[in-house]
Design a protein. Structure first.
Length: 107
C-alpha cells in the first residue's frame, strides 16, 4: 500500500440519525469516531473504528487529529471516553490543550 496523504482527505461530520460520527474515507473503506453531544458544547467521543488492513498505517491518528481540529474550530469541549483516543492523547497531550471538558484529564 502506498503512503496515504491524509491532508487531502476531508473529515465528514455525519450527524444524521441516532449514531453521530466523524468519518474519514480511506480508499474504499471508512474509519470513524462515534460521538454524542450531551450538555451544550461537550462532545463525548465514544468509539474509534479503523478498517481491517489499515491498522498501524496512521489512519487512526489522522482521524483523531482531524476530529480534534474540528472540535477546536467549532468551540466544543471534548470528553475522551474511547480507549484509543485516550491512548492517543496520552502520547500527544498538547492536542487536548484548551478543549478538554471539565472533569476530564489525560493520564
Amino acid at each position: 500500500m502506498d503512503k496515504i496523504d491524509f491532508s487531502q482527505i476531508e473529515l465528514i461530520n455525519n450527524d444524521q440519525g441516532s449514531k453521530k460520527r466523524f468519518e474519514l474515507p480511506v480508499e474504499d473503506k471508512l474509519a470513524y469516531i462515534e460521538y454524542m453531544v450531551v450538555r451544550g458544547n461537550v462532545m463525548y467521543l465514544t468509539h474509534t473504528e479503523v478498517p481491517v488492513g489499515f491498522e498501524g498505517k496512521g489512519v487512526g491518528s489522522a482521524i483523531v487529529s482531524k476530529t480534534l481540529d474540528y472540535i477546536r474550530a467549532n468551540n466544543y469541549k471534548m470528553a475522551p471516553i474511547c480507549p484509543f483516543l485516550a491512548s492517543y492523547l496520552k502520547r500527544h497531550p498538547e492536542h487536548a490543550e484548551g478543549i478538554l471538558a471539565d472533569g476530564f484529564r489525560i493520564g
